[in-house]
Design a binder for this molecule. Structure first.
Ligand SMILES: NC(=O)C1=CN([C@@H]2O[C@H](COP(=O)(O)OP(=O)(O)OC[C@H]3O[C@@H](n4cnc5c(N)ncnc54)[C@H](O)[C@@H]3O)[C@@H](O)[C@H]2O)C=CC1
Ligand SMILES: O=C([O-])CC(=O)C(=O)O
Length: 254
């Protein structure tokens, strides 16, 4: 599978290092970033090609990883799908915009292309997807991050946000994509609380789901990426695992 990546930051670096070190059938060849130097630096690690525009990779790839920003989803993902190529989206918050989501769904279906959304920095999406076969009655996400992860400076623990996912992604576009992933999996605009907590040194995501299956609670206590403390290492790992699973013919989990 020949893969291109849009956005050459923390997640892209982890994916690229993995591909360099592990034997897999993922050939990460093309790199694009609005900061060309970042694309050049990362591509040089795997002897790849830094492109000046995304269109320059589209006829040569099977799949493009979006690991850039919510704006990049709106700007770039439609063109990837129009070219009939699959896309893996990390900046999932962009899909809380109903118009953009429906445009992306229609383009995927019209061009016979796939949109993949990895579980990212949260855990339990397997069980939650299974639960969605029955009736889910309530879903809550509590995200707790250290001040540096939220880009603020404070000594006090406080609730920064309480509301639904669609507003949360507007207020914290680079910090709460997980709320969008959860909302899409449950087909509802889930309840979200974001807490800044100087006592923690990890990115914590606690999920509670209730429904006719019973109840589940999960918590991820994520190590942060060295290149970007907003982002958890698990998010990059989930993208790698999803890519690997595309070529596996023995699958486990929903
Ligand atoms: N789904 C999930 O669970 C998670 C999603 N994310 C999201 O994944 C994305 C990537 O995360 P990181 O690698 O940590 O970010 P990062 O900030 O380390 O790297 C992003 C890179 O993308 C580039 N970029 C941004 N907008 C662009 C555009 N419109 N066109 C071209 N290049 C652009 C930037 O120059 C930067 O080099 C972010 O949107 C982040 O919020 C992060 C963590 C978890
Ligand atoms: O990586 C994380 O812990 C979560 C995150 O930034 C996001 O969902 O955007």
């Amino acid at each position: 599978m020949i893969v291109g990546i849009v956005g050459c930051g923390a997640i892209a670096n982890i994916i690229t290092s993995y591909i360099l070190e592990e034997d897999s059938n993922i050939q990460l060849k093309f790199f694009y970033d609005r900061d060309l130097e970042k694309a050049e630096n990362l591509s040089s690690i795997v002897d790849g090609i830094a492109v000046l525009k995304v269109e320059d990779m589209l006829d040569k790839v099977d799949l493009v990883i979006e690991a850039a920003s919510p704006e990049a989803v709106a700007e770039i993902v439609p063109d990837i799908l129009k070219a009939g190529k699959d896309v893996l989206i990390m900046s999932v918050g962009a899909l809380m915009d109903k118009e953009l989501r429906s445009k992306i769904e229609n383009l995927a279906s019209k061009n016979n292309a796939n949109v993949y959304i990895p579980s990212g920095a949260i855990v339990g999406l397997d069980g939650i997807k299974a639960a969605s076969i029955g009736k889910i009655t309530s879903v809550k996400l509590v995200t707790r991050k250290p001040p540096r992860s939220l880009g603020i400076s404070t000594d006090e623990k406080k609730v920064l946000y309480k509301g639904n996912a669609s507003e949360a992604v507007k207020k914290f576009p680079l910090n709460i994509n997980v709320a969008a992933t959860l909302s899409i999996a449950c087909n509802m605009d889930v309840e979200v609380e974001i807490i800044v907590d100087p006592q923690v040194d990890r990115n914590l995501h606690e999920i509670t789901v209730k429904g006719d299956f019973g109840e589940l609670k999960t918590i991820a206590k994520n190590i942060r990426c060295s290149l970007n403390p907003k982002t958890s290492v698990l998010a990059a790992y989930s993208a790698i695992k999803l890519l690997k699973s595309l070529s596996e013919n023995f699958k486990v989990g929903t």
